[in-house]
Design a protein around this ligand. Sequence first.
Ligand code: GLU
Length: 310
Amino acid sequence: MKTGRFAPSPTGRMHLGNLFTALLSWLSVRKAGGRWILRIEDLDPQRSRMEYARQIEDDLDWLGLSWDEGGVDGSGSHGPYCQSMRHDIYAGALDSLVATGLTYPCYCRRADILATQAPHQSDGRVIYAGTCRPRHLPVSGLADSGRPASTRICVPDEEIGFVDGVFGRRTANLTQECGDFVLRRADGAWAYQLAVVVDDAMMGVTEVVRGCDLLLSTAQQLYLYRLSGWTAPDYAHVPLLCNAAGQRLSKRDMSLNMAQLRTRFTPGQIIGRLAALAGLISGPESCRADELVGIFDWNRVPAVPSVIVE
Ligand code: GLU
């Protein structure tokens, strides 16, 4: 059965871009008669708040995007559905990855890593230079030196390819894109890359829909699927919504967040606007989400990195 999920981080009120992702994932699943999971990605304890998670639920309800499993109260057989409650599951998965001999403790601080960056690395991406990578692999277990260390995984120098539902064939070489990446931080926090793979695999997710800012993460995640022996889902990355100034919408910027939108528009007007941006209808006329199920088609979604909304 097709299983999709919406995996918001409860770090603020949702904006139109978050809703765009939610709507397209929901439509794709509903069209296939599948199951839609709401997973709360509250890995960052400093920024995540349960009240935001409750607002996300309320906003999805208001828009008519119903979920079959998950949410804060976590009904369903694959819970818990809040990442903050899944520590033991991530620990088990990390043990299996450590057993591959490809992980190692890393003592570099962020400042050290930035200091080793090539000057052309101007897009904010950080490529780990492998400072702590052991000379000989595989590594047997993680030696405990008593110092706090993050856990990194060695990446291969090869192209990892996949076919994205919107952007088509993509390939990435992890050595060039990010270098060995972190699975668990030195403060014990789980890295997004590990948690998202474990959760999607354990929850039986077959289709991941998310913003195209995460396109580059997909190869890292496919690599973890491969090492863990799990079947990877299909991926569809959707354009990011930007404001009139061309900046990507953010939860910090109040203009197009749900608190504002709900005072100015009906659910139908918001759904209609998103459906027009997705190429599903020609103009932003008001409609309900369930009215779009029949016409939903990934081929209509524009394969562009961003779309401006006024
Ligand atoms: N939690 C991420 C976000 O809110 C989404 C991660 C994903 O869908 O893989 O942007």
